[in-house]
Design a binder for this molecule. Structure first.
Ligand SMILES: Cc1cc2nc3c(=O)[nH]c(=O)nc-3n(C[C@H](O)[C@H](O)[C@H](O)COP(=O)(O)OP(=O)(O)OC[C@H]3O[C@@H](n4cnc5c(N)ncnc54)[C@H](O)[C@@H]3O)c2cc1C
Length: 410
């Protein structure tokens, strides 16, 4: 039987588990629920987390959750420019999210929260703008709880958003993704590879190593049409670099999902409900990185919710956005700005499609700033070697920890 709670957290992804942990640590009677029978499964994620965010959040990885350390990121742009960045932001780790997510939920339980898998929020009762009752189907049995505050950490297609008729972002601000966990034919590099090219569309493809010869290989794009499986299979077999490394008959796991990329929407609150993580579009929108941001925002939501309950003062919930800023600074807002700059270039049809992907990749890797786009455009019309030499000079002048070389994959 589900017991009554002061704070209900819906969804035990990184946002929900950190919210429940912070709420329980804040002294509130907290219930964390997830509709999944096993928290963390299935995975819908590339599983990579930037090292700088991990360090900033002092997030200690649970034992067994670290799959690989990645010491650089290589951008493969329009199959003709290869840029490798060793800037701190582009160093990362790959997780085993099944282990990571379950361990975070365990931390919430250890902090004192009640945790229930196979418990799905199905309905709510409102009084004005407040949710006063939540109906949960727990292992097939219906229960009702009456929390003072709810944290909606129920993912990109949030049930609470739907039930409350709240639209924080639309389908247009979502990238549709698919990836395979694959075995490569040879040893993989020690960094992540990001592919921007017209064949992928408005998004990017990736190879994220999880071990010397195992990687998540996938793509995500806004407005992806048709079957995701067909798009990935086609890309894997027609991109010469991928085709030489990966065999579509060596697939260990299939992972699909949608990633919200609206840009920073702050700390959304509706009545006594705080939206957190993907449900609130709290990703680094220019890359779709959401694990660490969701964890941070969930932490902020849980702490603020506990303070509101403890002091019996719902106006405390307005501190949510400040709590996020205390934890993350302006990271999410800046990520939203970079995404807008990328979109502006992508939408500019006066630029040839291939050149647009090179420019978007340079913006994404942060070796190019918006005011330099015209200059960079001129470079792209030069012969490949001249263009690469000019890019090398520009990187050297900037003292960027990045190298560039020519690729001939077309
Ligand atoms: C293809 C793809 C690749 C990605 N790769 C990366 C990456 O490499 N690195 C990165 O940082 N981010 C990545 N992301 C984004 C990342 O996965 C998310 O940002 C992150 O999981 C968000 O965490 P969350 O806790 O907000 O939501 P989620 O992890 O989605 O958790 C939400 C939880 O809510 C539960 N739930 C939903 N409805 C209900 C309900 N009615 N009742 C009870 N429970 C419910 C779900 O079962 C789920 O467990 C990727 C996303 C996609 C789609």
């Amino acid at each position: 039987m589900l017991k009554e709670c002061e704070i209900l957290v819906v969804g035990a992804g990184p946002a929900g588990s950190s919210a429940a942990m912070a709420a329980a640590e804040g002294g509130a009677r907290t219930l964390l629920i997830d509709r999944k029978k096993e928290i963390g499964t299935p995975v819908q994620c590339g599983e990579v987390v930037g090292e700088t965010l991990l360090r900033k959040l002092k997030l200690k990885l649970p034992p067994g959750a670290l799959a690989a350390k990645l010491d650089h990121t290589t951008f493969l742009l329009d199959r003709r420019v290869k840029l490798t960045s060793r800037e701190p932001y582009w160093k990362a780790v790959t997780l085993e999210r099944k282990i990571f997510d379950k361990a975070l939920a365990a931390r919430a339980a250890e902090a004192g929260a009640m945790v229930h898998a196979d418990a799905r929020l199905t309905d709510i009762k409102m009084d004005g703008d407040r949710v006063v009752q939540a109906t949960i189907v727990h292992q097939g049995v219906e229960a009702k709880v009456h929390p003072k505050v709810i944290v909606a950490a129920d993912g990109v297609h949030s049930t609470l958003s739907r039930l409350m008729n709240v639209e924080l972002f639309t389908e247009k601000a979502m990238a549709k993704g698919i990836e395979y966990e694959m075995v490569s034919s040879r040893r993989l590099p020690s960094g992540m590879q990001i592919f921007l090219e017209p064949e992928v569309g408005l998004g990017y493809g990736w190879v994220i190593p999880k071990g010397p010869r195992r990687a998540n290989v996938g793509l995500a794009a806004i407005g992806l049409k048709g079957s995701r499986r067909d798009r990935l299979q086609e890309w894997l077999t027609t991109n010469p670099m991928l085709a030489s490394m990966f065999d579509v008959d060596k697939v260990l796991e299939v992972k699909t999902g949608d990633a919200p990329l609206p840009g920073f929407l702050g700390g959304p609150r509706r009545g006594n409900v705080l939206f957190a993580g993907d449900a609130a579009g709290q990703t680094l929108a220019f890359v779709g990185e959401g694990i660490a941001p969701s964890y941070a925002c969930g932490m902020g939501a849980g702490a603020v919710a506990a303070a509101a309950v403890r002091q019996n003062d719902m106006s405390r919930l307005d501190c949510y956005e400040n709590a996020i800023e205390d934890l993350l600074g302006s990271e999410l807002a800046e990520g939203g700005d970079i995404k807008d700059n990328i979109l502006n270039v992508w939408m500019d049809e006066s630029i040839p499609a291939g050149d647009r992907t090179v420019l978007c990749g340079l913006l994404m890797s942060e070796v190019l700033f918006p005011e330099e786009i015209e200059e960079a455009r001129a470079l792209l019309s030069m012969p490949q070697q001249t263009m690469v030499r000019a890019m090398k000079d520009a990187l050297a002048k900037r003292k960027a920890r990045a190298t560039v070389s020519a690729l001939r994959l077309r």
